[in-house]
Design a protein around this ligand. Sequence first.
Ligand code: GLN
Length: 191
Amino acid sequence: MLALQGDFREHAQVLRELGANVALVRRPEELLQVDGLVIPGGESSVMDKLARTFGLAEPLRAAIRGGLPVYGTCAGLIMLADTILDGMNGQQSLGGLDIAVRRNAFGSQTASFETDLDIAALGDKPVHAVFIRAPVVETVGPLATALATLDDGRCVAVEQGNLLGTSFHPEITGEYRFHQYFLRKLVAAAR
Ligand code: GLN
């Protein structure tokens, strides 16, 4: 669990309830001890600055390139995107997902909203999704796969190999299926 900033406690709680052994990662040494990583929601520009200040950005990039399973929600999705649109001046991502993500894509008028999404990979029951100053995946490159779209067709969940990203926050709605889906990737990768 990347614990530089944001709602990592909520994610840790969900992961523990699913039986995972959760460690908080703030230093490069701690990254070497985990089989997967969740990057929480929060503020991606702050997370980026902290990751660079703590010397974590390069080790994280190397781990992602090396196949570490990583799930990013909201700001975490922005961190995983190869391209950030409307980033802060000088903002960098870690990359890994072949996507372009637009920060704060719903503007200040619609800072937050909730909706139900049909996500085939998670079964028939719709996912109740909460968006908070959320990004949208504006371009899905050939290496990434869209998992969920809004009614207007905009993409809000993607996967690519061991990487998973959502614009919304399953960790605050009692929706465990994304974390379960991610833990299955993690277990398969650890074999
Ligand atoms: N707008 C935030 C950012 O740019 C993301 C918001 C969130 O994680 N809920 O990082």
